[in-house]
Ligand binder design. Structure first.
Ligand code: PBG
Length: 331
């Protein structure tokens, strides 16, 4: 600090548009956004999701159109989540390994339509495929087993890579899965397939609308606290991130977003690696509900919250507002 009032007036640089532009510390562009999309069976299908006003599930042909739209807006990556039909769900989530499942068909349709113009991030976890809605395999007591689950996740990841996935994103929080998936990708000659680890994922109350979107909310009878993190913990998040980096994650994610900005900032400062935040379904719903209630301007709320992630040090944000935000940013 070199001066004090009145020689220094902090408002001087805020007095005009041009000066605010000149002094802006953080820049956000459509290239900072990842757009999560939900896939459903059928063709020419759009199914609105009640708890996520403005978000729909799309059939495979429609998903390819959304991907083209994203590429045209300058969004570099879309994230895919399937709403698996009920008759294809079982105890073990075997449908995750089917090379012709919804996810794999969507990946191929998008690659056909867009080629290299868009990256495809795929979710690795079993909850969209199991009849119990948990992310892994259950033992006789209903506990989600670790090592048996990891074996399934490895096969799921390879299935997605074979279909053409660019970024494998394990969201399951099992121990050791990043190393196991990296090894399998290397052995399968998928050297350039990236891993974005959901490294610090919390057992959060903000996932409700997502579970409706993938059809697991009615199935899930308990919580996910034996594998997802306690919202009270921060040091533990740093340990999770360190482990995943050691095991070969190319980038790491913090999830949910807004309530965990301190975690994202600490991860960035400590590790200096690519960090992404997931502004999750409940956060999206909160903004939409606030705007619908007249409590704030929707577009301003969207841009302000997304900027907060960048200011905290995130390289990018997964958000259901991605296409709208890209348009607002002039993409
Ligand atoms: C599950 C998964 C969840 C989300 C992404 N992957 C929900 C959960 O853990 O129950 C949440 C995303 C969101 O709420 O937008 N593997």
């Amino acid at each position: 600090m070199t001066a004090s009032y009145p020689n220094l007036r902090m408002r001087r640089t805020r007095a005009s548009n041009w000066s605010r532009a000149l002094h802006r510390e953080t820049i956000m562009t459509p290239a900072d956004l990842i757009w999560p999309l939900f896939v459903t069976e059928g063709s020419a299908v759009e199914e609105p999701i009640a708890s996520l006003p403005g978000v729909s599930r799309w059939s495979v042909d429609e998903i390819a159109k959304r991907a083209k739209e994203a590429a045209a807006l300058g969004i570099p990556v879309i994230a895919l989540f399937p709403n698996t039909p009920a008759d294809k769900r079982d105890d073990r989530g075997e449908e995750a390994l089917n090379p012709d499942n919804l996810m794999c068909r969507a990946i191929k349709a998008i690659k056909d339509a867009c080629g290299d113009d868009i990256g495809i991030l795929t979710d690795v976890a079993l909850d969209p495929y199991t009849v119990h809605g948990q992310d892994g395999l259950l033992d006789a007591h209903g506990y989600v087993t670790n090592d048996d689950t990891v074996a399934m996740l490895v096969d799921q990841a390879i299935n997605q890579a074979e279909a053409g996935a660019d970024i494998i994103a394990p969201s399951d929080m099992m121990d050791g899965r990043i190393g196991a998936i990296r090894l399998a990708l290397e052995m399968g000659s998928f050297h350039n397939v990236q891993i974005m680890s959901y490294a610090a994922k919390y057992a959060s109350a903000f996932y409700g609308p997502f579970r409706e979107a993938v059809g697991s909310s009615g199935l899930l009878k308990t919580d996910k606290k034996t594998y997802q993190m306690d919202p009270a913990n921060a040091e533990e998040a740093l340990r999770e991130v360190e482990l995943d980096l050691r095991e070969g994650a190319d980038s790491v994610m913090v999830k949910p977003g807004l309530a965990y900005l301190d975690i994202a900032a600490r991860v960035k400062q400590r590790f200096e690696v690519p960090v992404f935040a997931y502004q999750v379904s409940g956060e999206y719903a909160m903004i939409e509900a606030a705007a619908a209630a007249g409590a704030g301007d929707r577009d301003a709320l969207v841009l302000e919250t997304l900027m907060a992630f960048k200011r905290a040090g995130c390289n990018g944000v997964l958000t259901y507002h991605a296409a709208d935000a890209a348009r607002l940013l002039g993409g």
